[in-house]
Design a protein around this ligand. Structure first.
Ligand code: GLN
Length: 195
């Protein structure tokens, strides 16, 4: 298990409280991150679900810069749903002023499932969680492309819904909205940067 003590959760908008609760259940201290100075006290970061356009707008430039710098230096980061969109290199159907953080070599399309099935729960299988687990999709993005260094961890139908690139993990669904903590536990096994 990890010796990590403090995991930040971006707390500008969205379901950051559910991630903080999930971290408590894994006996790791979760820390809300709103400003660049908050990031100095954490060893890893979670970007929650919510509305990626709003989160991007509310993020102060200094926080954006620190996240990019820390992640490039190896800080583990996990993005769920809107968080996955924030991590992407390219966003299709984003807002024109929506500048993703470009933390991962992935391209995503926002709200890609369409109105009829915009929210659903499914069973998703992955070696990352040692089997099958529940996954809640809410106006989820779809992965449209990824680079060679990105590992596919899970699929739902013909869609790739979980990917890892070194210290970075992106999930199209919301593990924080189920009682299953295995995705958080998997993330907590990632090694951090040397500080
Ligand atoms: N559709 C949202 C967005 O574009 C993501 C939805 C979610 O996080 N559940 O940011």
């Amino acid at each position: 298990m990890s010796t990590r003590r403090r995991v930040g959760v971006l707390a500008l908008q969205g379901d950051f409280r559910e991630h903080l609760a999930a971290l408590r259940a894994t006996e790791v201290e979760g820390v809300p991150v709103r400003l660049a100075t908050d990031l100095e006290n954490v060893d890893a970061l979670i970007l929650p679900g919510g509305e990626s356009t709003t989160m991007a707008r509310l993020m102060e430039p200094a926080l954006r810069d620190s996240i990019q710098r820390r992640v490039a230096a190896g800080m583990p980061v996990m993005g769920t749903c809107a968080g996955m969109i924030l991590m992407a290199r390219d966003v299709t159907d984003g807002r024109v002023d929506q500048e993703p953080l470009q933390l991962m070599d992935i391209g995503v399309r926002r709200n890609a499932y369409g109105r009829q099935i915009d929210s659903f729960e499914a069973e998703v299988e992955s070696h990352a969680i040692g089997g099958v687990g529940p996954a809640v999709f809410i106006r989820a993005p779809q992965l449209v492309q990824h680079g060679d260094s990105v590992e596919e961890l899970a699929r739902h139908g013909d869609q790739v819904v979980a990917v890892r690139q070194g210290n970075r993990l992106a999930l199209a669904f919301h593990p924080e909205l189920t009682p299953d903590r295995r995705w958080h536990q998997y993330f907590l096994t990632f090694n951090g940067e040397k500080r």
